[in-house]
Ligand binder design. Sequence first.
Ligand SMILES: *[C@@H]1O[C@H](CO)[C@@H](O)[C@H](O)[C@H]1NC(C)=O
Ligand SMILES: *[C@@H]1O[C@H](CO)[C@@H](O)[C@H](O)[C@H]1NC(C)=O
Ligand SMILES: *[C@@H]1O[C@H](CO)[C@@H](O)[C@H](O)[C@H]1NC(C)=O
Ligand SMILES: *[C@@H]1O[C@H](CO)[C@@H](O)[C@H](O)[C@H]1NC(C)=O
Ligand SMILES: *[C@@H]1O[C@H](CO)[C@@H](O)[C@H](O)[C@H]1NC(C)=O
Ligand SMILES: *[C@@H]1O[C@H](CO)[C@@H](O)[C@H](O)[C@H]1NC(C)=O
Length: 751
Amino acid sequence: MWGRLWPLLLSFLTATAVPGPSLRRPSRELDATPRMTIPYEELSGTRHFKGQAQNYSTLLLEEASARLLVGARGALFSLNAHNIGDGTHKEIRWEASPEMQSKCHQKGKNNQTECFNHVRFLQWLNATHLYACGTHAFQPLCAVIDAETFTLPTSFEEGKEKCPYDPARGFTGLIIDGGLYTATRYEFRSIPDIRRSRHPHSLRTEEAPMHWLNDAEFVFSVLVRESKASAVGDDDKVYYFFTERAAEEGSGSFAQSRGSHRVARVARVCKGDLGGKKILQKKWTSFLKARLICHIPQYETLRGVCSLEADTSARTHFYAAFTLTTQWKTLEASAICRYDLAEMQAVFAGPYMEYQDGVRRWGRYEGGVPEPRPGSCITDSLRSRGYNSSQDLPSLVLDFVKLHPLMARPVVPTRGRPLLLKRSVRYTHLTGTPVTTPAGPTYDLLFLGTADGWIHKAVVLGSGMHITEETQVFKEPQSVENLVISRMQHSLYVGAPSGVIQLPLSSCFRYRSCYDCILARDPYCGWDPSTHTCTAITTIANRTTLIQDIERGNRGCEGRDRDTGPPPPLKTRSVLRGDDVLLPCDQPSNLARALWLLNGSMGLSDGQDGYRVGVDGLLVTDTQPGHSGNYGCYAEENGLRTLLASYSLTVRPATPAPAPQAPAMPGAQLAPDVRLLYVLAIAALGGLCLILASSLFYVACLRGGRRGHRRKYSLGRACRAGGSAVQLQTVSGLCRSRWPQCHHSLHGPMC
Ligand SMILES: *[C@@H]1O[C@H](CO)[C@@H](O)[C@H](O)[C@H]1NC(C)=O
Ligand SMILES: *[C@@H]1O[C@H](CO)[C@@H](O)[C@H](O)[C@H]1NC(C)=O
Ligand SMILES: *[C@@H]1O[C@H](CO)[C@@H](O)[C@H](O)[C@H]1NC(C)=O
Ligand SMILES: *[C@@H]1O[C@H](CO)[C@@H](O)[C@H](O)[C@H]1NC(C)=O
Ligand SMILES: *[C@@H]1O[C@H](CO)[C@@H](O)[C@H](O)[C@H]1NC(C)=O
Ligand SMILES: *[C@@H]1O[C@H](CO)[C@@H](O)[C@H](O)[C@H]1NC(C)=O
């Protein structure tokens, strides 16, 4: 029944998953299923840290001293990055005073969540001191902290220029050469701004006659060292990622657009910017922004961004996570796009947008562009023309900058499309690292955190992504707030409301055979033929002999019989004719298709001759003598076939009723009342056996149901979750609903 219902259901779900008729349906091939599912109970090698505080959302890793610094609600922690749970941490309590809290509450803020000191900013100020800012019950405060003593100073700095008031507000901040570069919505009025403070030349964005930013929610910022190895004496730049109201869409007044559509943006400023002299005084002269496109119009809410190789601008690229922009709260979906710095540079060097007074809308600016090009950094050629700093720029250029912050062309993703569209998942944060494999190529490995406490580990392959595993790192569903990778500790640190988790970057031991190891396509794992184990590439000296196939995930193990693991033991099953029997076989990979062979050759298909094939086993219904034979359960994945279980099934003819047949039984000679006693005793024993078997089987069925975490990708789950493209189903589910029939088969032989 399910077999026939499923396509119907699926087409219904995919049809309804797209709000509005004009939108293209996301390609199903992009909806990657995580190959392995690791539920919380099966985690291994993790470390936990949890203090008295909550909201461990700010993380700062110091590789050299192996410390992980954590900013939480009302506290700062310094953890041993090698093992965050070893109890050697240092702690700074930094709470807002009860008076501050009640003042905050009087201003109408929530004293259960907002009127605390949420530490939002934590960065190195110099080699010895940290700089931290907290929301401090809606009166932000900052502190210079001696990292060695790790104690709170006696005096604080005003924080309203550097830190948001609202702990839930988007915020991003960096310290570059001692200057604070922060972006958020500041003060009670919540005006979005990109600011530089604690610097001889404090700067901010322009608000008149045009807002450079509209209701911006900031997500991420990064310094890209574009001065390094620059032939033209370029400056370093800071890139900002955020979502904001699209002033250019729809009609709006000049100063304040009424457009309500929110879009993703990337903006950038030059590090050497000193502001203008008369025009744009104490304002950025190098601010430019552009639209960031991933998969529009569905996916425009930016959730997380990470940068890779920001030290070498020629190779710098970014990954961004977007979620579905829809009023349908129950629909969850995410998209991942990759962007190259070169594409952003080209957009910022391209045409500008302009507000056209006549038609009262934004359009591409077609007029002449003054020299030096507005919004550019000071380069060697500008210096040679006497423009030593932004303060020397002509008024004409600065006036142009004031009115043209937006570029005409959007930044499009690498290859023009998303790497991944994922249904039923809301990504909240991501980070990544390049991994160089023994064979030479480098792959980007991403870790994506979800709103319900899972981490997806994915390798980027050309135009798509392969999710090697999904791991449940928090038992209680909660949003992953922060992710940091330490290559030296081979660890991923996860910050969330209830604590910090440290996970190994790879768990290669989970892959038991050579095939399993290469099918995983984890760039950190390779099959070591000398030890017959799947090994982390970082732990062995001679990496040249490791077998890996990240690109295709199926080559290299041919002819290595010793590396495919011992064959599973042959199990025997015997049933009465007419009963049902379940032959369990769990597929460890969500991407594998179950294949059953009878007597080594005949492939069994679902629905044929009373066979039901599921991800957890084979159900044979109404067994007949012809069902006897040897059953092999295989996993077929990516063109490879591996044996997981084998059974020898015997179907016995139904035994005659235990009631004695007149001449054949010796009991015929017995007196009728003795015979009756026999019958009664047999009936009682049979009944007892039945009850025992039923209860045993019921327990077994329940256990099976709980153990089967991969049911996440089964039909039942897909129905609730709103349409996973995976067409897997379980047969032990049938077992549960039909257990009165089922129990004979498994326990019949026992009785
Ligand atoms: C929050 O305010 C309410 C109402 O004034 C009060 O009853 C409650 O005790 C306060 N909670 C905290 C944690 O201060
Ligand atoms: C770092 O900054 C702090 C505070 O401004 C100062 O006291 C300290 O001397 C500085 N350390 C170094 C190494 O410059
Ligand atoms: C720029 O610097 C050069 C060399 O330091 C100097 O000669 C020149 O006058 C400066 N130009 C301006 C506009 O300040
Ligand atoms: C802090 O954690 C609580 C759960 O413990 C959560 O409800 C709240 O949203 C978090 N606040 C912030 C600002 O992350
Ligand atoms: C690594 O293994 C290869 C192949 O077995 C061998 O040729 C090479 O000498 C080994 N290198 C080291 C450093 O042991
Ligand atoms: C499979 O083999 C068994 C004995 O080895 C035989 O009894 C049975 O008929 C065979 N079944 C099929 C379908 O070939």
